[in-house]
Design a protein around this ligand. Sequence first.
Ligand SMILES: Cc1cc2nc3c(=O)[nH]c(=O)nc-3n(C[C@H](O)[C@H](O)[C@H](O)COP(=O)(O)OP(=O)(O)OC[C@H]3O[C@@H](n4cnc5c(N)ncnc54)[C@H](O)[C@@H]3O)c2cc1C
Length: 512
Amino acid sequence: MSANRRDFIKFVVAGAVTAGCPIDLSLVAAQTGDAQKSHGADVDGEDNRICHQVRDGRVFSRPPASARHDVVIVGGGVSGLAAAYRLQHRDFLLLEKEPHWGGNAYGMEYEGNIYGTGSAFLTKDEYAYTFSKEIGLEMLPIDSSDASIIRGELVPDTWGDGLNKLPYPPPVRESFKKFKKEMLAIDVEKRSKEVYGKPFSDFLKGYPEELKLWWDNFGPSNWGATSEETTAGLAIEALQEMVEESRTDDRYTWPGGLGAITKKLADILLPKYKDHMQTGATTVAVVSEKEQVLVTYMLGGELKTVAAKAVIMATPKFITRHIVEGLPEKQSDAMHQIRYIPYPVVNLIFDKPVFNHGYDTWCPGSAFTDVVVADWVIRKQPGYQQKFNILSCYTPMKEDERGYLLNEIGARKIAANVLSDFQKLMPGLNVDPIEVHIYRRGHPLYMSTPGLYTQVQPLARQPLDRVFFANTDSEGPESTTNTGILAAQRAVKEVEARLAGKPAPKPKTVVG
Ligand SMILES: Cc1cc2nc3c(=O)[nH]c(=O)nc-3n(C[C@H](O)[C@H](O)[C@H](O)COP(=O)(O)OP(=O)(O)OC[C@H]3O[C@@H](n4cnc5c(N)ncnc54)[C@H](O)[C@@H]3O)c2cc1C
């Protein structure tokens, strides 16, 4: 697309790069590439005064506690909201730094049409399915096995019948089939220690590069890592599930993805507990005392401290370890070992139908990994007419590319690359959208690296007397809304046991 044509399209940049406070210091200290050279360490669209002060070593003088609660929950993503939902019988306080609830499961709107900026779908076997029903959401089935676009051709049901139609030479097609057969034969549960400890690339050895290309596209979108850095167990299970999906798809979602769950939780809680839920509140310190925990947060430029009998940290661990005082060195190190990728989602908004071939379509070799049709699950509902065809392009990036998201020019460039690659994908797609929205996030998805699930996460989530750890990055093996909810439920149980003076319940989720 020529620069001139692009000039007529409106680009909108939203989202927060630094994800929390204190920010990941490496982000500002070690930006790389053009973004750093031309724009220094500014982060457009974010108020990072507090973060910069923490980064510069300022010790905040904590005011005395002005209120008392049973439980303070820090972080209003799905995990923090689910914890609040389960703690309605308690005097809780939920603190979120962003001006809205939802974290990485958050939907936005264009003229009343909802699109996703993160979390896309859940599966029926996940607890999140039962939970969604419990909070009153109508379950909308996806019912569409994933396609791929390869060499300009749409290959429906890639890992089912699609394997016979891959636009590759016959020996490459046969290799895909052989690989599938081999992976299906692995009993992941029986061999969990081995397969969760090994990189997935070990299992791709000897296969053609086209296969690796496909997985190095799929992996970053789902669990933040290419085959060399992916724990093999997770990828093998994903393939086994995909093959199953090609028979019966058990995935569910809503327009805008799993942001529907966080919206519903906020809609349930806010009318009843408005005074117990605070957005725009950045927690800067969590300090344990003998009988209570002091939580200090910045709200509207002022520091406030509250006292709690217990605290649930539903923030990601790279932030948590800076905020919670007194973590044992080993636990803090474990938290530090968890790696996160930058992951913007680019929404292309068309005022006419452009691409409605399937729910989620994989695009190896493009600036983005896959494209999701935002209103897929409601398109066939009686009376529904698609006014805008909104396509969510998932665009995971490498850790060392994070700096490009920090300012608007870098973010727009990423969005423009996504649009340009989308228009070249296959015939019929060279159409201009009316708007392009990029929602940027600096550290939203932890990488499912070998050993993370079996060794790192069990250590990272150990309770610290009255401080408990939720967030999806406590659970594994993959960053999901489901594990965010499960982490919340575990933390709530631990809180209840602690407040009742009982020993903490034994965790169940560790394998190997
Ligand atoms: C692009 C993308 C696609 C995804 N697709 C899927 C999918 O299809 N299915 C699926 O199940 N999962 C998916 N995920 C993963 C899923 O979105 C996350 O695992 C889930 O939303 C995590 O929720 P959480 O509450 O554990 O953490 P978060 O969403 O990270 O919530 C943490 C919250 O804490 C807040 N916070 C941080 N610091 C502070 C502070 N100092 N004080 C106060 N608040 C603070 C943050 O602003 C945030 O709201 C996807 C993720 C991304 C990024």
